[in-house]
Design a protein around this ligand. Structure first.
Ligand code: DQA
Length: 138
């Protein structure tokens, strides 16, 4: 089982960025914990602040990975292109968010991805990613 975690803009700042919302741990540290815990799964991780790069990562994951765990961050709420990329590929995509976007500003309630995602997990902090991994396990 091969899963690709794709993180969008500003998620490279996890640990430093608004820790009251996103927590105090960097994604690199969390990713190492996930790799340690889920040794039976081949986990990859990429992050980009650029919309087109995220689209390319989504496209290139198709047929290479068994699934994508996608936190498109702010582009979730704006990007028709990322939504189209998710719709275009054949592998399942789980949309994740660290925060409960529905408990936040109105503009965060809209997602261009959810319609094409296999499922959406949000509001559990970094554990949202782990729950997404577990959803792929039989
Ligand atoms: C986020 C929620 C988005 O609204 C925000 O723009 C982010 C992170 C989350 O994981 O909670 O950057 O996707």
């Amino acid at each position: 089982m091969k899963l690709n975690i794709i993180n969008g803009p500003n998620l490279n700042l996890l640990g430093k960025r608004e820790p009251e919302i996103y927590g105090g741990k960097s994604f690199e540290d969390y990713f190492r914990e996930l790799q340690f815990k889920y040794t039976a799964i081949e986990l990859s991780y990429v992050q980009s602040n650029l919309e087109g790069e995220l689209i390319t990562h989504i496209q290139e994951s198709d047929e290479v990975y068994d699934g994508i765990i996608l936190n498109a961050a702010a582009y979730t709420h704006t990007s028709v292109g990322i939504g189209d990329a998710v719709a275009a590929i054949g592998i399942p995509v789980i949309e994740v968010h660290i925060s409960n976007t529905f408990a936040r500003e109105e503009f965060r309630h809209q997602s261009y991805i959810s319609k094409y995602a296999k499922g959406v997990i949000l509001g559990f902090g970094l554990q949202s990613y782990e729950l997404a991994i577990q959803s792929f396990m039989k």
